[in-house]
Design a protein around this ligand. Sequence first.
Ligand code: G6P
Length: 366
Amino acid sequence: GAASKGDYRHYMLKEIFEQPEVIAAALEGRLSDEGVLVESFGPEAVAHFQTLKQIHIVACGTSYHAGLVARYWLERYAGVPVQVEVASEYRYRQVVVPEGTLFVTLSQSGETADTLAALRFAKARGYVGSLAICNVPGSSLVRESDLCLMTRAGPEIGVASTKAFTTQLVALMLLTLAIARAQGGKVDREIITALRGLPKLCQEVLALDSAIENLAQSFAEKHHALFLGRGAHFPIALEGALKLKEISYIHAEAYPAGELKHGPLALVDSEMPVIAVAPNDDLLEKLKSNLQEVRARGGLLYVFADESVGIAEEPEVQVLTLPYVHEALAPLLYTLPLQLLSYHVAVLKGTDVDQPRNLAKSVTVE
Ligand code: G6P
């Protein structure tokens, strides 16, 4: 059943491996050949999506990282301006809400104290409406929002969020396409097709588990790690760093690769592994020159990329080759190897993977 580990050593590993299945569930009945079914977000969604002019997204932790990815998507594929903020900051700001703004919360549990308080705060601020993207039906966040979309990840037991995050990303891509459609944009059939193929691609990535376990060997002795990405992969780097620190207690930071020379490069030496999320997108050439800067300082590089990226394996450059994926969905696919990397590092270090020290699955007090 959902609450048993089955043959897996930890809930986290089980939940990582459930992703093909739950991503398929998150898509089920929500796509047609004409695009995303806007009604999936509730009967009033069409009216809201047709008229909205911008979006404010508020969340905590891993859910916040999903919101950061959504900003790139909503701006690029729906042409909607987006602000994303952690709930604990948002709720204490003198927020200025432009006319026609939709308020969106993201939460696995639907009970995170700051996110819930942010929603209650937002209600008096003149938003056109509120949408919750959430994994728990009937949770406080869902009950108190005008619109909702359930992520259908099923129960998540491991404190470090995995399948809840990737299903949030699926939901946010559906939101992007639904808004684009409601606002009269043309249907992006390539993305719809790519979404349908995503569960299978995730399977292919999970099959790289033992290669990733090998990479993890050289991490277990390290005290620090630096994650780099650009564009929509910067939040994926943030999420990779968060997973590593949560469960292996290795200090990890993430930077947008273009900021490297504004500080973190000073930390790079042979003791500092640098993990780069490098799918083949229009920022690749820029990312490659950032990686050269790391190499020139003796840093050990771990690159997650597809074959077309053409970064050669060297003694100090390890490359994990992922399958090709539509550029729009790369942030989703590239999350999986980072989850597996932190999982294996934590197992090697012997930490309590499912129940890391000092952390809670759901933070229901401020
Ligand atoms: C805690 C959990 C994280 C989660 C965050 C937000 O910190 O340990 O995994 O991302 O809360 O939780 P939510 O349920 O609102 O997504």
